[in-house]
Ligand binder design. Structure first.
Ligand code: HEM
Length: 396
C-alpha cells in the first residue's frame, strides 16, 4: 500500500495542492491516513471509476463529506444514492431545473450583477471583489430559486459556509464543531418551515416544483425536499461565488489572457470553462467501494472510502497539456469541475449563466478592474474540498 506523504488537512496543501496532485498522479492511488481514504488523481482512472457506481458507490457521500453534520440523515439523498434509485430521484429533482426556469432567471442575474457592481464602484474606493460582489450574487440567485426570504441572506451564507467546512471536521476544535451544528440546525428549521409554507400555498419556485414532482408514480417526501433544499444551498452558493472570484484572480495572474478576453467577449464562455478546469471550486468527490477492486496496481478493499480528486484530474497533463497555464482558448472539453457520470452537477447551467453574465458586465463597465493588493497576499479558504478566496481587493 502506498501511503501519502501529504496531508490534505494541512494548510500548505490547501493553499497550493497542485504539487501534491503531481505526486498523487505519479502514484495513481495513495492511502491518506488522516482522512482514512484512498485518493485517486489521474484523469483516466477517475473517468472510469465514476462510471462504475456498482463498484464505486456514492452511498456514503454525505457521511464522508460531512460526518455527523449530515443535515437530513433519515431521508433518501440525491448525492448519496446510486442507480437505479438515483436515476429515479434525479428525474424528480430535475423537474425543478427545466430550461424555462433558467430562462426566467437570466434577467434577474443581470439585474443583480448590475446593482451590486453599482454599489461596489459608487465611491471610487477599492472594494472586496470576493465578499462584496462575487459572494452576493449566488446567494440572491439561490434564494430566488428556492422562493426564500431575502432578509435571511446573511444566515444562508453562514449556513452554507459552515456546513461545507465540515469537510475539515477532523482538525476542528469544540467551538468550531458547535458552530457547524448551529448552522445545520438553523438551516433545517428554516427550510422545514419554508417547505410547510409552500405546501399550503405554492409559489413560482423550485420547492413548489419539488412538491408537485411526480415521475412514474414516485414523488418526493418533505424530508427529501428538505435534503434537496439544503443541498442546493450548500452546493450552489459557495461554488459559484468561488467560480467568479477564482476567474478574476486567474485573469489578474495572467494579464495577457485578461486583455484577450476583454477584447474578445466571445471567448467568455470558454474562459469560464478554463477557469473551472484551472481552479475548480469543488476539488473532490466522495465514493465507497462495494467490493475489492484494483486501480493502478493497488488493491482497494471493499468498504473503503475513495476520494476522486477532480482538481488533480483537471491538471492531468495527459489530458490537458501544460495544465498550470490559464489559457482561455484551450480545448476544455471533458473537464471534471462539475463532476462526471450519473451525479454530474444539476446546477451547472445556472452556475455558467451567472459567471457569463457577470464577466460580460464587468468587461463592459469596468474594463480597468485591477488588484488593489499584492497577488501573493491573496489567501485561499482553508479546505481541501472547496477551493476559493477569502478576499480579493479590487480597484478600478
Ligand atoms: C461553479 C459552481 C458549481 C460547481 C463547481 C459544482 C460542482 C459539482 C460537482 C463536482 C458535483 C458532483 C458531486 C460528485 O459526484 O461527487 C455536483 C453535483 C450537484 N450540484 Fe453542483 N456545482 C456548482 C453549482 C451548482 C448549483 C448552482 C447548483 C444548484 C442550484 C448545484 C446543484 C448540484 C446538485 C443538486 C448536485 C447533485 C447531483 C446528483 O447527485 O445527481 N450545483 N456539483
Amino acid at each position: 500500500m502506498k501511503t501519502a506523504t501529504f496531508n490534505p488537512l494541512d494548510l500548505e496543501y490547501q493553499v497550493n495542492p497542485f504539487p501534491f496532485y503531481e505526486q498523487l498522479r505519479e502514484e495513481s492511488v495513495v492511502w491518506v491516513e488522516p482522512l482514512n481514504a484512498y485518493f485517486v488523481g489521474r484523469y483516466d482512472d477517475i473517468y472510469d471509476i465514476v462510471r462504475k457506481p456498482e463498484i464505486f458507490s456514492h452511498r456514503r457521500f454525505e457521511e464522508l463529506s460531512k460526518g455527523e453534520f449530515n443535515p437530513v440523515p433519515d431521508a433518501r439523498s440525491l448525492l448519496s444514492s446510486d442507480p437505479p434509485g438515483h436515476t429515479h430521484m434525479r428525474k424528480l429533482a430535475a423537474t425543478g431545473f427545466k430550461p424555462s426556469r433558467l430562462k426566467q432567471l437570466e434577467g434577474f442575474v443581470a439585474e443583480l450583477s448590475q446593482s451590486y457592481l453599482d454599489g461596489c464602484i459608487a465611491n471610487g474606493q477599492p472594494f472586496d471583489f470576493q465578499g462584496d460582489f462575487a459572494d452576493r450574487i449566488p446567494i440572491d440567485m439561490i434564494s430566488k430559486l428556492l422562493g426564500a426570504d431575502k432578509t435571511r441572506h446573511e444566515d444562508f451564507k453562514r449556513w452554507a459556509n459552515e456546513i461545507l467546512s465540515a469537510g475539515q471536521r477532523a482538525s476542528m476544535n469544540v467551538q468550531q464543531l458547535a458552530r457547524i451544528q448551529e448552522s445545520v440546525d438553523g438551516a433545517r428549521d428554516y427550510f422545514t418551515a419554508l417547505i410547510a409554507e409552500k405546501r399550503d400555498a405554492r409559489g413560482d419556485d423550485i420547492l413548489s416544483a419539488f412538491l408537485d414532482a411526480e415521475v412514474d408514480g414516485d414523488v418526493l417526501t418533505e424530508r427529501e425536499i428538505l435534503g434537496l433544499a439544503i443541498l442546493l444551498l450548500i452546493g450552489g452558493v459557495e461554488s459559484t461565488a468561488h467560480l467568479i472570484g477564482n476567474t478574476m484572480f486567474a485573469l489578474w495572474k495572467f494579464p495577457e489572457q485578461y486583455e484577450l478576453a476583454k477584447s474578445n467577449p466571445d471567448l467568455i464562455p470558454n474562459m469560464i470553462e478554463e477557469s473551472l478546469r484551472f481552479d475548480s471550486p469543488v476539488q473532490t468527490g466522495f465514493l465507497t467501494t462495494n467490493i475489492d477492486v484494483e486501480i493502478g496496481g493497488m488493491v482497494i478493499p471493499a468498504e473503503s472510502a475513495v476520494v476522486a480528486v477532480w482538481g488533480a484530474a483537471n491538471h492531468d497533463p495527459e489530458k490537458f497539456p501544460d495544465p498550470g497555464k490559464f489559457d482561455i482558448t484551450r480545448d476544455t472539453r471533458g473537464h471534471m469541475a462539475f463532476g462526471q457520470g450519473p451525479h454530474f452537477c444539476l446546477g451547472s447551467g445556472l452556475a455558467r449563466l451567472e459567471a457569463k453574465t457577470v464577466f460580460n458586465q464587468l468587461f463592459e463597465r469596468v474594463p480597468n478592474l485591477r488588484p488593489a493588493m499584492p497577488l501573493e497576499q491573496v489567501q485561499q479558504i482553508p479546505s481541501y474540498w472547496v477551493r476559493g478566496l477569502i478576499e480579493l481587493t479590487a480597484a478600478y
